[in-house]
Write a protein that binds this ligand. Structure first.
Ligand code: NAP
Length: 267
């Protein structure tokens, strides 16, 4: 199995490193195609596989081709590689907003997996949802899922439109967490803590709360009930959140993100 990653940027390199470090793929199985010459020199020094700048030298040798270029660079890429593409090759696209039909029609192929990773994939803690065309066999799908799992957890979704929902939940999700953390850090600083102290208080609270949640059977609501005793401090904060409809505002934000993902997919 030969794998070609097209685009040696943030995500392309994330996958290359994750595949090699997890020993799922050997260096001799991995190729990276990067158009910018200065970047190819850097990539060569990382020793993550064979590095190419000419698509005609690598496209036809690959069994799996990972499309990790920016969506706006895809039309040009398509034009340059379509002549070398073979119908039995599997394509894994991580390009945000690019529909499976665009990839299939543009490259004259039928085996396409579309995935939506998120930022923590860079440290092996990512969340990636993916879907596949009917032409991708169960075995091929499992093989690609195995590769995606080197960057964190994976979830198969049957319908492609769910990728827009995934974009709104886990794709953009890390930013929502940082937003909430930032609000807590600012409030802690207003209470008199130094920035480093506020960071420590908030960061450890987030990671502790998530670990506790992961290790229990309780729902978020049940955990809130446990922390918020009647007439206590937590209840005062939660009541204030409820009165200000924070939960429904967060829901609105996610729906806005989903709508935007749908809109971007039409362009
Ligand atoms: N970053 C994330 O967390 C994230 C999450 C979900 C999805 N994605 C998707 O992942 C894709 C890649 O994102 P990224 O952040 O890794 O972008 P990036 O860092 O800009 O990497 C893309 C790389 O592809 C190169 N490239 C462009 N056209 C090419 C071509 N025709 N042949 C070979 N290489 C080419 C670019 O070179 P130049 O810079 O010289 O153009 C760049 O080095 C995007 O489609 C994005 O929507 C990213």
């Amino acid at each position: 199995m030969k794998i070609l990653i097209v685009g040696g940027g943030n995500m392309g390199l994330t996958y290359a490193k994750a595949f090699i470090n997890s020993h799922v793929v050997t260096r001799s199985q991995l190729m990276i195609l990067e158009k910018t010459l200065s970047k190819t020199d850097d990539l060569k020094s990382l020793n993550v596989g064979e590095i190419y700048s000419d698509s005609s030298l690598c496209i036809s040798n690959a069994d799996l081709i990972i499309l990790a270029v920016k969506p706006q660079d895809f039309p040009q890429l398509m034009e340059s590689i379509v002549k070398d593409v073979r119908p039995n090759q599997i394509f894994l696209s991580i390009m945000a907003g690019v529909k499976i039909s665009t990839v299939c029609q543009g490259l004259n192929i039928s085996k396409v997996i579309r995935a939506m990773p998120n930022l923590p994939a860079q440290i092996g803690q990512g969340m990636t949802a993916f879907t596949a065309t009917d032409a991708v066999s169960r075995h091929e799908q499992a093989m690609v899922q195995n590769l995606l799992s080197t960057t964190g957890k994976t979830l198969y979704v049957e319908k492609e439109e769910m990728i827009d929902a995934v974009t709104a939940v886990s794709g953009s999700g890390p930013a929502y967490v940082y937003y909430f953390m930032d609000a807590m850090v600012k409030a802690a600083m207003q209470m008199g803590f130094a920035k480093s102290e506020a960071d420590l208080l908030v960061m450890q609270t987030f990671s502790g709360a998530i670990s506790l949640y992961q290790q229990s059977e309780l729902s978020c609501d049940e955990w809130i009930q446990r922390v918020a005793s009647k007439g206590g401090t937590t209840e005062a904060a939660i009541e204030s959140f409820s009165q200000n409809k924070v939960s429904s505002l967060i829901g609105d934000g996610l729906h806005k993100a989903q709508d935007r993902a749908v809109e971007l997919g039409k362009n």
